[in-house]
Design a protein around this ligand. Sequence first.
Ligand code: BDR
Ligand code: CA
Length: 367
Amino acid sequence: PRKVVIDTDPGVDDVLAILFALASPEIDVALITPVFGNAHTPQTLANLLKLYYNLGVELQAHPESRERYASVASGKKTLVAVGENDPIGGEKHVATYFHGVDGLSNISETNPEFTPPADADKGEFLEFTDKRAHEAILDLLRTEPEGTVTIIALGPLTNIAWAYRADPEAFSRVGEVVWMGGALDVPGNTSPVAEFNCFADPYAFQALLDEMKTGKFRFTFAPLDITTPHSIPFTDLLHPGLIPGADAAAFPTPTRLQAFTTAFLLRVRGLQQKFGLPDAMEMHDPVAVWYAIANASRSHPHALADGWSVAAREFGVERCGQITRGMCVVDRRGTGESFGSDRTQNAELTGTSITGHDITANGTAPK
Ligand code: BDR
Ligand code: CA
């Protein structure tokens, strides 16, 4: 299996993405680095621990399911290194309006049974280091063969930009960075023009994009353009017996993970209804994991699995606009000029021209 780092801000879709990663034999989750984003970092760490606690409860009740969680079944522990709680630049914002104050639909209040008790064994599947996230990322890149590690980033790019800045040479040993973030040809989800992960630390994104021009490492991102269309109906995700008003006795008893995920997905369903959105969960972070999984078994780290295509895009990232922070500004003039050209009037954009890789996959949703 391909070694991966998951940099994440759990977060409802982050939790689904991590479970998806853990259940995928193609990858080996070597390191997880919580970052701020959907909530403050202490909370995103707590949600990660919550996920592992409930996975442990599930596996105790169903030991035969252990084989389904490859990274756990291997018996090797996943290292956790806590990351940044503030962006590289600009004001801090968190997405608690969507993910709840605890970052997980407020289930710490509504469903305390999913919170690990004080004496829970946090070390069953995980081990912890006092190193900061970016240091642990660099350690892994230094020790693993060059080009063999994939970083899957599911939140603001703060930890990743820190790692790059701290040691660009070690960082460029990475095989690929895959990030869920940005919005190119579709509206944003945090503002009319910005996607949340990009909005939360546009300076971090820009720092990586500037360096990417040197071609030292490969950066592939899944913007809202590709993630929003990959939604899964809530009726396929929720345990039917736990939907309010359902006759619980008519359905099989939910497993621990079904109960856990249904608890935090119900609030998201309510939000979607309130905003008149489709009755389906947008699988933003799982799409990035899915892409990494699809490519993990390829012989060359840059090879593309069937059904996926990647396009190079040129755009600048707005960092401090009053209403455009986090916007990916695509040059649609068709002149072939970049934002760095001397004809560009907007000083903020000077020098921000980059070429990224925008996933334009058209596969079907993963099972
Ligand atoms: C992204 O923002 C977060 O709220 C989600 O977890 C996802 O990473 C979607 O814009
Ligand atoms: Ca996320």
